[in-house]
Design a protein around this ligand. Structure first.
Ligand code: SF4
Ligand code: SF4
Length: 248
């Protein structure tokens, strides 16, 4: 169902009322007509929630293509083309992966944009409220500031990790997309989205002599049981790869 939407900018102290509930007559409507980009941390959480290897998760639930802005790979959830482009994880009783749902599902109806100061690395957040005609959550509920909402939805960790992508996209934007050869796109996709493959890649002997890895103080054992740390290392590694291409 395609409905009208109204987008209103919110300051950090502005408040909105919202209650998403099974009792709302719009229940599950927001999980159709899917156009759901996934971030690296979204994928990590979802593949673990489903007890899957990241490669199998990507094959079964995602589509991967080159982003228009940078030419580098992006990943989105594969909708059910025979059923109103519904999310593969929606069921009559709601979201089957609720505890590990992606950041944008957590934040809805809030949209969060962030920018990063190049010198200080400080992140500045901007918020907007998306009011779609079909969504009845605005008719009742508690009052929230954007930060109250982020906290209640458990999105803080998602935002912290997803913000690492801001610098990566900034570096990539400064490079001609033609400079991204297939081998670079493959490494980018592996480090960002296919963490189980990346784990294998960095355990190979060659990687220990990799200049970027050495400059990041790489030690395999640090990441053995900590996939979030491994993902953050992967994103740092990608920054190093892109910076090197930018200088070439
Ligand atoms: S209230 Fe909004 S977010 Fe909740 S189920 Fe309805 S459409 Fe979805
Ligand atoms: S992941 Fe869950 S909340 Fe998000 S679109 Fe799919 S079913 Fe809806």
């Amino acid at each position: 169902m395609k409905t009208e939407e109204e987008i209103t900018a919110l300051s950090a102290t502005d408040k909105f009322c919202f209650l998403c509930s099974k009792e709302n007559r719009c229940f599950n409507q927001c999980c159709a007509n899917l156009n759901q980009l996934l971030t690296p941390y979204d994928i990590l959480r979802l593949k673990n929630a489903l007890n899957m290897n990241s490669g199998d998760f990507l094959k079964k639930y995602c589509v991967q293509y080159n982003g228009q802005e940078t030419g580098l790979p992006v990943v989105s959830l594969k909708p059910d083309y025979k059923n109103e482009l519904s999310c593969p994880f929606v069921s009559d009783s709601g979201c089957k992966v609720y505890k590990d749902r992606p950041a944008s599902c957590r934040l809805y109806p809030l949209a969060r944009m962030a920018s990063r100061n190049r010198e200080t690395g400080k992140i500045t957040e901007y918020f907007a409220l998306i009011k779609e005609e079909h969504c009845k959550g605005f008719e009742r509920g508690k009052e929230y500031t954007p930060q109250d909402w982020i906290k209640e939805q458990g999105a803080e960790e998602y935002n912290r990790i997803n913000d690492e992508m801001i610098e990566i996209i900034g570096i990539a934007r400064g490079i001609e997309p033609a400079a991204f050869e297939d081998s670079i796109k493959k490494i980018f996709a592996m480090a960002c989205y296919d963490i189980d493959m990346f784990k294998k890649f960095i355990s190979e002997d060659d990687f220990k002599n990799n200049e970027i890895a050495k400059s990041l103080g790489y030690k395999e054992e640090i990441f053995k049981d900590n996939e979030t740390a491994l993902l953050l290392f992967g994103l740092e590694y990608i920054k190093g790869v892109l910076l090197r291409i930018g200088k070439a």
